[in-house]
Design a protein around this ligand. Structure first.
Ligand SMILES: [Zn+2]
Length: 251
């Protein structure tokens, strides 16, 4: 079991769980080494010196030992921050947990992926700034599809490549169909053009430069339904945190 000692890494805390009597297991998504499980010895003891650096919804820079295939260790935090609004708001909390679970489900442990690290970092930052979390979540869900081997064709009609006619999404064709080809799939979604517009926009939007969103409620409901069926029918993913999010947002 190879252990890289005294390395510096940037991490977003994904989740933590109690381990043995006094210890804790903490999973981080690190920019440098992908997702890694860390053993925090005595992490549950009162007065543990790193308590504030391993709270839920923490991100920062740490020094520690990274294991190739076993548990990793934190030696000391260098600089840590908290997503404060997410910590204090149960709805934002539910959105953030779902996105972190989604990333965790899509990546293999130890698969370095700075691109997805940055995506998650900016998504959580925007949610923490209370930019519409439902939309930030939709954007992540659409872009994360590639992690699950699903790449819907959203550029133009998947059959004739026209993009000047009304378009609709077809699961069977794995992309958009123009009006002339709607007859090919009776089970297509029957989306309105506004929903199609956002669906296409969200697939290419850069979260790093996004600073506001304004999508009307009926469109948000349609986007939610569309993504739910893609995730359930095409990806086949049913996360507990998603069910929780659905319950929280239905109230
Ligand atoms: Zn066509």
């Amino acid at each position: 079991m190879a252990l890289k000692k005294n390395v510096t890494f940037n991490g977003i805390l994904l989740y933590r769980r109690n381990y043995r009597e006094n210890d804790m297991l903490v999973k981080f998504f690190t920019r440098e080494y992908g997702t890694k499980m860390f053993l925090i010895r005595r992490g549950r003891k009162p007065g543990f010196k790193m308590s504030g650096d391993i709270l839920p919804f923490t991100y920062g820079q740490y020094e520690g030992s990274i294991s190739d295939d076993g548990l990793s260790y934190i030696k000391e935090p260098i600089e840590t921050h908290h997503y404060l609004n997410i910590s204090n708001d149960i709805i934002l909390n539910a959105y953030a947990m779902y996105l972190m679970n989604l990333i965790d489900a899509g990546l293999s442990e130890g698969e370095a992926s700075p691109r997805w690290f940055n995506q998650l970092f900016y998504a959580l930052k925007l949610i923490d700034q209370e930019i519409d979390p439902a939309i930030i979540t939709n954007i992540m869900e659409i872009q994360l599809l590639t992690l699950f081997g699903v790449q819907p064709w959203l550029k133009d009609c998947v059959v004739c490549h026209r993009d000047d006619l009304p378009l609709d999404y077809s699961t069977n064709y794995g992309g958009l169909l123009c009006e002339q080809h709607w007859h090919l799939d009776p089970l297509r979604f029957n989306l309105d053009q506004r929903t199609v517009f956002y669906f296409r926009q969200f697939s290419v939007i850069n979260l790093k430069t996004l600073n506001s969103v304004n999508v009307q409620r009926p469109t948000k409901v349609r986007l939610r339904t569309l993504l739910d069926s893609i995730y359930s029918d095409t990806v086949g993913l049913h996360l507990k945190s998603k069910r929780f999010l659905d319950e929280m947002t239905q109230i």
